[in-house]
Ligand binder design. Structure first.
Ligand code: AMP
Length: 222
């Protein structure tokens, strides 16, 4: 099973991916997490990625595609994978179709999350993440029990450097221009499941995760 998560920054891709990963027992692969690891280790890839990420821009397609190509060869993702944040351009989506084709696999489902724009910025600036186990918190909607400490593993929580108001605007624009065409791309392939994640309708990540799991069951998606 290959599940893709689509959505603007702050819609909850990471949260829903994590829950789906637990329930379906398949790994979550986040290109953003891979880049952040390289940045913290100050590798050449990390330095390159940071020059784009810090401006709210996408890391170039060829770099990102090669990274995912290597990751998809690894043993742990052969039974299934949740791609959190890849593809983000039509070029990446076409490359993914080719990669999967060569591995005799295909995209099973694309989960497209949407959230009213005014809620997105609030979520992004209040987001804290555990760098160790990747659990995502929100200081208002979903705070940790002890301030700044991960409930799950006890590690200290951090705020992503790109989770500030000015970078967010760039990321949202990048999403609209470069990533949102993928909604049509997967809709045309009849692989799209769209869901609204919003406080205003009291529907959050865990509810949407449940809806996705029911849809997978109903449609016999493998
Ligand atoms: P995320 O953690 O998914 O929000 O990603 C953080 C940042 O990493 C993005 O704003 C991009 O700069 C970069 N990034 C993550 N995934 C991709 C991708 N598929 N293509 C290009 N850049 C990416």
């Amino acid at each position: 099973m290959v599940i893709i998560m689509l959505g603007a920054p702050g819609t909850g891709k990471g949260t829903v991916s994590g829950m789906l990963s637990d329930k379906l027992n398949i790994p979550q692969v986040s290109t953003g997490d891979i880049f952040r690891k390289h940045i913290s280790e100050q590798t050449e890839l990390g330095k390159l990625a940071n020059s784009y990420i810090s401006q709210g821009k996408l890391v170039p397609d060829d770099v990102t595609i090669n990274l995912v190509k290597d990751r998809l060869q690894q043993d742990d993702v052969q039974e299934g994978v949740i791609l959190d944040g890849f593809p983000r351009t039509v070029k990446q989506a076409e490359a993914l179709d080719n990669m999967l084709n060569n591995l005799n696999r295909k995209v099973s489902l694309t989960v497209n999350l949407t959230t009213p724009e005014k809620e997105l910025i609030e979520r992004v600036v209040n987001r804290r993440i555990c760098p160790k186990c990747k659990t995502v918190y929100n200081l208002i909607l979903n705070p940790p029990h002890n301030e700044n400490i991960c409930d799950n593993c006890g590690n200290e929580l951090v705020k992503r450097e790109d989770d500030n108001e000015s970078t967010f605007k760039g990321r949202l624009n990048t999403y609209i221009q470069e990533t949102s065409p993928l909604v049509n791309y997967y809709e045309n392939q009849e692989k799209l499941f769209s869901a609204v994640v919003s406080q205003s309708i009291n529907k959050m990540g865990k509810d949407v995760t449940q809806d996705v799991l029911e849809y997978i069951k109903k449609k016999h998606i493998t």
